[in-house]
Design a protein around this ligand. Structure first.
Ligand code: HSE
Length: 330
Protein backbone atom coordinates (compact mmCIF):
# COMPACT_ATOMS: atom_id res chain seq x y z
CA UNK A 1 0.00 0.00 0.00
CA UNK A 2 1.16 3.58 -0.50
CA UNK A 3 4.16 4.94 -2.30
CA UNK A 4 7.75 3.79 -2.22
CA UNK A 5 11.01 5.34 -3.30
CA UNK A 6 14.36 3.72 -3.97
CA UNK A 7 16.50 4.97 -1.13
CA UNK A 8 14.15 4.59 1.78
CA UNK A 9 11.10 2.43 1.78
CA UNK A 10 8.18 4.60 2.82
CA UNK A 11 4.52 3.91 3.16
CA UNK A 12 1.79 6.55 3.19
CA UNK A 13 -1.58 5.76 4.63
CA UNK A 14 -4.57 7.79 5.70
CA UNK A 15 -7.66 7.20 7.78
CA UNK A 16 -10.42 9.78 8.18
CA UNK A 17 -12.72 9.54 11.20
CA UNK A 18 -15.52 11.73 12.50
CA UNK A 19 -16.94 12.21 15.98
CA UNK A 20 -19.95 14.31 16.98
CA UNK A 21 -20.46 17.06 19.52
CA UNK A 22 -21.85 16.07 22.89
CA UNK A 23 -23.27 17.36 26.12
CA UNK A 24 -22.33 16.07 29.54
CA UNK A 25 -23.88 15.84 32.99
CA UNK A 26 -27.55 16.47 31.98
CA UNK A 27 -27.95 18.21 35.33
CA UNK A 28 -27.34 15.74 38.15
CA UNK A 29 -25.15 13.22 36.27
CA UNK A 30 -21.82 14.99 36.77
CA UNK A 31 -19.05 13.02 35.03
CA UNK A 32 -21.52 10.13 34.61
CA UNK A 33 -23.98 11.06 31.85
CA UNK A 34 -23.04 11.82 28.26
CA UNK A 35 -25.27 12.46 25.27
CA UNK A 36 -24.04 12.65 21.68
CA UNK A 37 -25.47 15.63 19.76
CA UNK A 38 -25.88 15.81 15.99
CA UNK A 39 -25.26 19.60 16.00
CA UNK A 40 -21.64 19.49 14.78
CA UNK A 41 -18.81 17.04 14.21
CA UNK A 42 -15.02 17.08 14.07
CA UNK A 43 -13.08 15.25 11.38
CA UNK A 44 -9.63 13.82 11.96
CA UNK A 45 -7.35 12.92 9.04
CA UNK A 46 -4.71 10.61 10.42
CA UNK A 47 -1.82 10.36 7.96
CA UNK A 48 1.16 8.16 8.53
CA UNK A 49 4.45 7.64 6.86
CA UNK A 50 6.37 4.46 7.53
CA UNK A 51 10.08 4.94 7.95
CA UNK A 52 12.74 2.40 7.14
CA UNK A 53 14.29 2.78 10.57
CA UNK A 54 12.72 2.72 13.94
CA UNK A 55 13.76 5.93 15.61
CA UNK A 56 11.79 8.51 17.54
CA UNK A 57 8.30 9.06 16.18
CA UNK A 58 7.09 12.53 15.27
CA UNK A 59 3.56 13.85 15.52
CA UNK A 60 2.57 16.97 13.64
CA UNK A 61 -0.81 18.51 14.40
CA UNK A 62 -2.59 20.74 11.91
CA UNK A 63 -5.95 22.32 12.67
CA UNK A 64 -8.37 24.30 10.60
CA UNK A 65 -11.78 25.62 11.56
CA UNK A 66 -13.53 28.08 13.85
CA UNK A 67 -11.60 28.92 16.99
CA UNK A 68 -8.74 26.64 16.00
CA UNK A 69 -6.14 29.37 16.60
CA UNK A 70 -6.63 28.99 20.35
CA UNK A 71 -5.83 25.27 20.27
CA UNK A 72 -2.23 24.31 21.02
CA UNK A 73 -0.42 22.46 18.23
CA UNK A 74 2.11 20.93 20.61
CA UNK A 75 1.09 17.23 20.72
CA UNK A 76 1.67 17.15 24.48
CA UNK A 77 -0.92 19.88 24.99
CA UNK A 78 -3.37 18.97 22.29
CA UNK A 79 -6.19 16.49 22.95
CA UNK A 80 -5.55 14.49 19.74
CA UNK A 81 -1.80 14.64 20.30
CA UNK A 82 -2.11 13.27 23.81
CA UNK A 83 -4.22 10.34 22.58
CA UNK A 84 -1.75 9.66 19.77
CA UNK A 85 1.24 9.75 22.13
CA UNK A 86 -0.24 7.09 24.38
CA UNK A 87 -1.34 4.77 21.62
CA UNK A 88 2.02 5.10 19.83
CA UNK A 89 3.90 4.34 23.05
CA UNK A 90 1.70 1.41 24.08
CA UNK A 91 1.70 -0.21 20.65
CA UNK A 92 5.31 0.75 19.87
CA UNK A 93 4.45 2.45 16.60
CA UNK A 94 7.82 4.16 16.42
CA UNK A 95 8.47 3.32 12.80
CA UNK A 96 6.02 5.98 11.71
CA UNK A 97 5.76 9.73 11.41
CA UNK A 98 2.26 10.99 12.00
CA UNK A 99 0.33 13.96 10.71
CA UNK A 100 -2.98 14.58 12.43
CA UNK A 101 -5.11 17.08 10.54
CA UNK A 102 -8.16 18.20 12.45
CA UNK A 103 -11.12 19.80 10.74
CA UNK A 104 -12.47 21.50 13.82
CA UNK A 105 -16.15 22.15 13.39
CA UNK A 106 -16.94 22.13 17.11
CA UNK A 107 -15.34 25.33 18.38
CA UNK A 108 -13.38 24.91 21.60
CA UNK A 109 -14.73 26.58 24.71
CA UNK A 110 -18.41 26.10 23.86
CA UNK A 111 -19.24 23.27 26.26
CA UNK A 112 -20.17 20.95 23.39
CA UNK A 113 -17.45 18.34 23.79
CA UNK A 114 -14.97 19.84 21.33
CA UNK A 115 -11.84 18.27 22.81
CA UNK A 116 -13.65 14.95 23.31
CA UNK A 117 -14.71 14.75 19.65
CA UNK A 118 -11.16 15.28 18.35
CA UNK A 119 -9.78 12.81 20.89
CA UNK A 120 -12.39 10.17 20.04
CA UNK A 121 -11.92 10.52 16.28
CA UNK A 122 -8.15 10.21 16.75
CA UNK A 123 -8.44 7.05 18.85
CA UNK A 124 -10.91 5.53 16.40
CA UNK A 125 -8.65 6.32 13.42
CA UNK A 126 -5.57 4.75 15.10
CA UNK A 127 -7.55 1.67 16.01
CA UNK A 128 -8.71 1.26 12.43
CA UNK A 129 -5.55 2.04 10.49
CA UNK A 130 -3.34 -0.26 12.60
CA UNK A 131 -6.07 -2.90 13.12
CA UNK A 132 -5.39 -2.70 16.87
CA UNK A 133 -8.69 -4.29 17.83
CA UNK A 134 -8.91 -2.23 21.02
CA UNK A 135 -12.09 -2.91 22.99
CA UNK A 136 -14.51 -0.02 23.58
CA UNK A 137 -13.62 0.62 27.23
CA UNK A 138 -9.90 0.66 26.47
CA UNK A 139 -10.39 2.82 23.41
CA UNK A 140 -12.33 5.36 25.48
CA UNK A 141 -9.61 5.29 28.08
CA UNK A 142 -7.14 6.32 25.37
CA UNK A 143 -9.54 9.00 24.15
CA UNK A 144 -10.00 10.33 27.70
CA UNK A 145 -6.28 11.05 27.76
CA UNK A 146 -7.18 13.97 25.48
CA UNK A 147 -9.45 15.49 28.13
CA UNK A 148 -6.42 16.16 30.30
CA UNK A 149 -5.51 18.87 27.76
CA UNK A 150 -8.65 20.89 28.58
CA UNK A 151 -9.90 19.64 31.95
CA UNK A 152 -6.63 18.75 33.67
CA UNK A 153 -8.06 15.31 34.48
CA UNK A 154 -9.61 12.42 32.62
CA UNK A 155 -13.40 12.42 32.49
CA UNK A 156 -15.38 10.13 30.27
CA UNK A 157 -18.85 11.62 29.83
CA UNK A 158 -18.31 13.68 26.65
CA UNK A 159 -15.99 11.02 25.28
CA UNK A 160 -18.67 8.35 25.77
CA UNK A 161 -21.47 10.44 24.22
CA UNK A 162 -19.28 11.27 21.23
CA UNK A 163 -18.03 7.72 20.71
CA UNK A 164 -21.30 5.82 21.12
CA UNK A 165 -23.83 8.55 20.31
CA UNK A 166 -27.13 8.61 22.20
CA UNK A 167 -27.25 8.48 26.00
CA UNK A 168 -24.40 6.83 27.87
CA UNK A 169 -23.84 6.12 31.55
CA UNK A 170 -20.20 6.02 32.63
CA UNK A 171 -19.31 3.64 35.42
CA UNK A 172 -15.68 4.19 36.30
CA UNK A 173 -15.13 2.00 39.38
CA UNK A 174 -14.18 -0.75 40.03
CA UNK A 175 -13.56 -0.93 36.29
CA UNK A 176 -14.41 1.32 33.40
CA UNK A 177 -17.77 0.42 31.90
CA UNK A 178 -20.23 2.18 29.58
CA UNK A 179 -23.95 1.58 29.45
CA UNK A 180 -25.68 2.94 26.38
CA UNK A 181 -29.42 3.59 26.15
CA UNK A 182 -31.13 4.69 22.96
CA UNK A 183 -32.74 8.11 23.08
CA UNK A 184 -36.44 8.66 22.48
CA UNK A 185 -36.80 9.66 18.85
CA UNK A 186 -38.45 13.04 19.50
CA UNK A 187 -35.96 14.19 22.12
CA UNK A 188 -34.86 17.63 20.92
CA UNK A 189 -32.15 19.80 22.38
CA UNK A 190 -31.44 23.49 22.01
CA UNK A 191 -27.89 24.40 22.94
CA UNK A 192 -27.21 28.06 23.63
CA UNK A 193 -23.60 29.28 23.53
CA UNK A 194 -22.97 32.79 24.89
CA UNK A 195 -20.10 34.27 22.92
CA UNK A 196 -17.96 35.32 25.83
CA UNK A 197 -14.25 34.93 26.41
CA UNK A 198 -13.44 31.77 28.33
CA UNK A 199 -10.24 30.83 30.14
CA UNK A 200 -7.80 28.58 28.24
CA UNK A 201 -8.42 25.48 30.36
CA UNK A 202 -12.04 26.44 30.96
CA UNK A 203 -13.20 22.99 32.03
CA UNK A 204 -10.46 22.85 34.63
CA UNK A 205 -11.51 26.31 35.87
CA UNK A 206 -15.18 25.26 35.99
CA UNK A 207 -14.23 22.11 37.92
CA UNK A 208 -12.33 24.17 40.46
CA UNK A 209 -15.55 26.15 41.15
CA UNK A 210 -17.20 23.02 42.57
CA UNK A 211 -17.54 22.19 46.26
CA UNK A 212 -15.23 19.47 47.54
CA UNK A 213 -17.86 18.08 49.87
CA UNK A 214 -21.58 17.66 49.39
CA UNK A 215 -24.25 17.51 52.10
CA UNK A 216 -25.97 14.11 52.26
CA UNK A 217 -29.39 15.68 51.60
CA UNK A 218 -28.22 17.19 48.33
CA UNK A 219 -26.52 13.95 47.32
CA UNK A 220 -29.84 12.12 47.82
CA UNK A 221 -31.73 14.73 45.80
CA UNK A 222 -29.30 14.56 42.87
CA UNK A 223 -29.18 10.78 43.01
CA UNK A 224 -32.96 10.48 42.82
CA UNK A 225 -33.01 12.89 39.87
CA UNK A 226 -30.22 11.02 38.09
CA UNK A 227 -32.13 7.75 38.54
CA UNK A 228 -35.23 9.42 37.12
CA UNK A 229 -33.27 10.41 34.00
CA UNK A 230 -32.03 6.85 33.51
CA UNK A 231 -35.57 5.50 33.98
CA UNK A 232 -36.81 8.07 31.47
CA UNK A 233 -34.32 6.92 28.80
CA UNK A 234 -35.06 3.31 29.60
CA UNK A 235 -38.82 3.93 29.23
CA UNK A 236 -38.31 6.24 26.22
CA UNK A 237 -40.27 8.82 28.19
CA UNK A 238 -39.10 12.39 27.47
CA UNK A 239 -41.16 13.96 30.25
CA UNK A 240 -39.62 11.56 32.78
CA UNK A 241 -36.09 12.37 31.53
CA UNK A 242 -36.86 16.06 31.89
CA UNK A 243 -38.32 15.64 35.39
CA UNK A 244 -34.90 14.40 36.48
CA UNK A 245 -32.91 17.25 34.94
CA UNK A 246 -32.58 19.27 38.11
CA UNK A 247 -29.23 19.65 39.79
CA UNK A 248 -28.78 21.12 43.27
CA UNK A 249 -25.00 20.67 43.49
CA UNK A 250 -23.11 21.60 40.31
CA UNK A 251 -25.48 24.20 38.82
CA UNK A 252 -25.55 26.53 41.84
CA UNK A 253 -21.74 26.49 41.96
CA UNK A 254 -21.18 27.07 38.25
CA UNK A 255 -24.02 29.36 37.23
CA UNK A 256 -22.07 32.42 38.34
CA UNK A 257 -19.59 31.66 35.54
CA UNK A 258 -22.37 32.00 32.96
CA UNK A 259 -23.70 35.51 32.34
CA UNK A 260 -27.48 35.68 32.12
CA UNK A 261 -27.90 32.12 33.36
CA UNK A 262 -30.98 32.72 35.49
CA UNK A 263 -32.76 34.80 32.87
CA UNK A 264 -32.07 32.39 30.01
CA UNK A 265 -33.19 29.43 32.13
CA UNK A 266 -36.41 31.07 33.27
CA UNK A 267 -37.32 32.34 29.81
CA UNK A 268 -36.48 29.07 28.03
CA UNK A 269 -38.72 27.13 30.42
CA UNK A 270 -41.51 29.67 29.82
CA UNK A 271 -41.04 29.31 26.05
CA UNK A 272 -41.70 25.58 26.19
CA UNK A 273 -38.50 23.83 27.29
CA UNK A 274 -39.29 20.89 29.57
CA UNK A 275 -35.92 21.07 31.30
CA UNK A 276 -32.80 23.21 31.29
CA UNK A 277 -29.21 22.60 32.39
CA UNK A 278 -25.64 23.76 31.96
CA UNK A 279 -24.13 21.85 29.04
CA UNK A 280 -21.07 20.10 30.45
CA UNK A 281 -18.82 22.66 32.12
CA UNK A 282 -20.56 25.54 30.28
CA UNK A 283 -20.72 28.33 29.33
CA UNK A 284 -23.32 26.84 27.02
CA UNK A 285 -26.67 25.82 28.39
CA UNK A 286 -29.05 23.23 27.03
CA UNK A 287 -32.83 23.07 26.87
CA UNK A 288 -34.67 19.75 26.53
CA UNK A 289 -37.88 19.48 24.48
CA UNK A 290 -40.17 16.79 23.19
CA UNK A 291 -40.53 18.09 19.65
CA UNK A 292 -38.56 20.09 17.10
CA UNK A 293 -41.49 22.43 16.48
CA UNK A 294 -40.93 24.21 19.80
CA UNK A 295 -37.19 24.39 19.18
CA UNK A 296 -37.19 27.64 17.22
CA UNK A 297 -39.29 29.38 19.85
CA UNK A 298 -36.87 28.39 22.59
CA UNK A 299 -33.88 29.27 20.41
CA UNK A 300 -35.32 32.74 19.62
CA UNK A 301 -36.04 33.32 23.29
CA UNK A 302 -32.44 32.46 24.18
CA UNK A 303 -31.13 34.87 21.52
CA UNK A 304 -33.48 37.64 22.68
CA UNK A 305 -32.42 37.15 26.28
CA UNK A 306 -28.74 37.45 25.47
CA UNK A 307 -29.51 40.31 23.07
CA UNK A 308 -30.99 42.29 25.96
CA UNK A 309 -27.80 41.65 27.90
CA UNK A 310 -25.71 42.83 24.93
CA UNK A 311 -24.06 39.44 24.68
CA UNK A 312 -23.90 37.61 21.36
CA UNK A 313 -24.94 33.97 21.34
CA UNK A 314 -25.23 31.01 19.02
CA UNK A 315 -27.90 28.37 19.26
CA UNK A 316 -28.13 24.86 17.85
CA UNK A 317 -31.40 22.96 17.59
CA UNK A 318 -30.39 19.32 17.47
CA UNK A 319 -31.11 15.70 18.31
CA UNK A 320 -29.10 12.92 19.89
CA UNK A 321 -26.50 11.72 17.41
CA UNK A 322 -25.15 8.43 16.29
CA UNK A 323 -21.54 7.83 17.32
CA UNK A 324 -18.05 8.19 15.87
CA UNK A 325 -17.45 6.86 12.36
CA UNK A 326 -14.70 5.87 10.00
CA UNK A 327 -15.20 7.93 6.86
CA UNK A 328 -12.47 6.38 4.73
CA UNK A 329 -9.22 4.48 4.85
CA UNK A 330 -6.52 4.11 2.24
N1 HSE B 1 -18.34 16.39 33.51
C1 HSE B 1 -17.49 17.41 32.96
C2 HSE B 1 -17.60 18.63 33.85
C3 HSE B 1 -17.94 17.74 31.57
O1 HSE B 1 -18.73 19.01 34.15
O2 HSE B 1 -16.58 19.20 34.25
C4 HSE B 1 -17.09 18.78 30.91
O3 HSE B 1 -17.59 19.00 29.60
Amino acid sequence: MGKTNNTNETEFRECIASAPSSTANLGPGYDVFGLGLDALEDLVYLKLIKKSESNSDSIKIKIKGEGSKSIPLDPDQNSSGKVARRIIANYKLHRYDFIIEIEKNIPPGYGMGSSAASAVATAVAFNKIFKLDINDAELLDYAAEGEIASAGVKHYDNIAGSFFGDFVIVRSLPKLEFIKIKSPKDLTLVVCVPLIGVPKMKTEVARKALPEEVPLKKMVQNLSNACTIVAGFFNQDIQMICNGIDDCIIEPARQKLIPGFEQVKERSLKAGALAFAISGAGPSTIAFLNSKSRGSEVSNTMKETYGKLNIGCKTFICNPSSGAKIISIK
